[in-house]
Design a protein around this ligand. Structure first.
Ligand SMILES: *Cc1c(COP(=O)(O)O)cnc(C)c1O
Length: 430
């Protein structure tokens, strides 16, 4: 499989972009080799600039639940583009998308639309601090909530991959306000809140963790967080940037029947264009300017093209059959990987929630960051390269989710499992 053009393109990029990329995990540092440069995507397939075609499990890291270049979404954006790209003024599209969000997430009585997940989380945390008049934040190790200063403490994926638990440039004084506990450890949360609950504005959690690889919430974990937050007057923030519209149309909060105080959405919300949101009860959201004193703004917030892509995507997701189909495909892939693991003698712990999964290269179970870190990242790197050679594009890090889309097919999953079996046998042989 020729990759000469991609290699040249990466050299060129490295001379003008730090590390050759605009987001660290794209650089393949964790799996070695030069990143593949993509030219097109269609359905569940992408093509690189050397003419190779891959079945894609990156899916732009989550937004593409309908697959690449969904025809209805593309038509809608094209039509909208002809009427103007941005106004910085009111459009009806913003209410259209916000109403779709509220219909799927009843906990979001009011919705503020922004441009990235990072921005949405950062703003939700500011709002929580203002609403509670407290400064502390409690998060969980391995959960990623974007790269804003307060949250870039023991963050997952990119930071994990590079062995940088937090980042230089984050002021100590700010990092000190963020407490970090192991995911799924409810007793640790109870102890911490008992001691310093009065200083904690919010407990923020990925209700289905996706950024240390996929880790499901243990039975009772989310319900316990809800009860503890209520008892101690902290807001519970669900970061559903991955799980929203994916785990179910109503996200993890619908799936597990928990009502958080604030919800953060992104990725699927923009259908592949930059859009994100945070929402909650009217009485909290009305603290936002211009209704209230908490400032947060954005030139491109509610951008018409992003709204259009989001609206078209969310409308298609009203068809429940999509989720049934995703569940069938994903469980087939999970079972296939488990079987390939047994046949090759390579232990894999395949965690899955709906259409996101991660095969951890270890025996498992993987229930938090500590157990995730037991995975053999070198074995994953070899597997990644073996799969790439066989035309399967995986996330270039052990600690990421594989994303399935409605455009994947049973035949693709069969081919993926067959490729996985070969790649595992190949890397298992001395
Ligand atoms: C991707 C992600 C974010 C950050 O979103 P960006 O749009 O990349 O800024 C925040 N939280 C979670 C759970 C994510 O997966």
């Amino acid at each position: 499989m020729a990759r000469a053009r991609s290699i040249r393109a990466f050299r060129r990029a490295c001379a003008v972009l730090p590390g050759g990329v605009d987001s660290p995990v794209r650089a393949y540092a964790a799996v070695g080799g030069s990143p593949v440069f993509l030219a097109w995507g269609s359905g569940a397939r992408v093509g690189d600039i050397d003419g190779n075609v891959y079945t894609d499990y990156v899916g732009s890291w989550g937004p593409l639940l309908l697959g690449h270049a969904d025809p209805a979404v593309v038509r809608a954006i094209a039509r909208r583009a002809a009427s103007g790209l941005s106004f910085g003024a009111c459009t009806e599209l913003e209410s259209d998308l916000a109403e779709e969000v509220r219909a799927a997430f009843p906990s979001c009585e009011r919705v503020r639309l922004v441009t990235s997940g990072t921005e949405a989380v950062m703003s939700a945390v500011r709002l929580a601090r203002a609403a509670t008049r407290r400064d502390g934040i409690l998060k969980f190790a391995g959960c990623y909530h974007g790269h804003s200063d307060s949250l870039l403490v023991s963050a997952g994926s990119g930071a994990l991959t590079f062995g940088v638990p937090s980042s230089p440039g984050v002021p100590q004084a700010l990092a000190k306000l963020t407490s970090v506990l192991p995911y799924n450890d409810l007793e640790a949360v109870a102890r911490l809140l008992k001691k310093k609950g009065r200083s904690i504005a919010a407990v923020i959690v990925e209700p289905v963790a996706g950024n240390m690889g996929v880790v499901a919430p243990a039975p009772g974990f989310l319900k316990g967080l809800r009860a503890l937050c209520t008892r101690h007057g902290c807001l519970l923030i669900f970061d559903e940037v991955i799980s929203g519209f994916r785990v179910s149309r109503g996200g993890a909060q619908a799936e597990y029947r928990i009502r958080p105080d604030l919800t953060v959405l992104g990725k699927i919300l923009g259908g592949g264009l930059p859009a994100a949101a945070y929402g909650g009860p009217a009485k909290i959201m009305k603290l936002l300017a211009p209704e209230g004193p908490v400032y947060q703004a954005g030139t491109l917030s509610g951008n018409p093209l992003a709204m259009e892509a989001g609206i078209q995507t969310l409308r298609q997701l009203k068809d429940r059959k999509i989720y049934t189909r995703l569940e069938r495909l994903s469980s087939k892939l999970q079972a296939g990987l488990q079987e390939a693991s047994r046949d090759s003698g390579t232990p894999l712990c395949v965690n899955r929630v709906g259409s996101v999964l991660t095969p951890f290269f270890c025996r498992g179970p993987v229930t938090d960051l500590q157990t995730a870190m037991k995975a053999d990242t070198k074995a994953y790197a070899r597997f990644f390269q073996g799969m790439l050679t066989r035309g399967i594009l995986l996330p270039p890090s052990q600690f990421e989710a594989w994303f399935l889309s409605a455009a994947h097919t049973e035949a693709m999953v069969d081919r993926t499992v067959a490729a996985a079996r070969e790649a595992l046998l190949e890397s298992a042989s001395p």
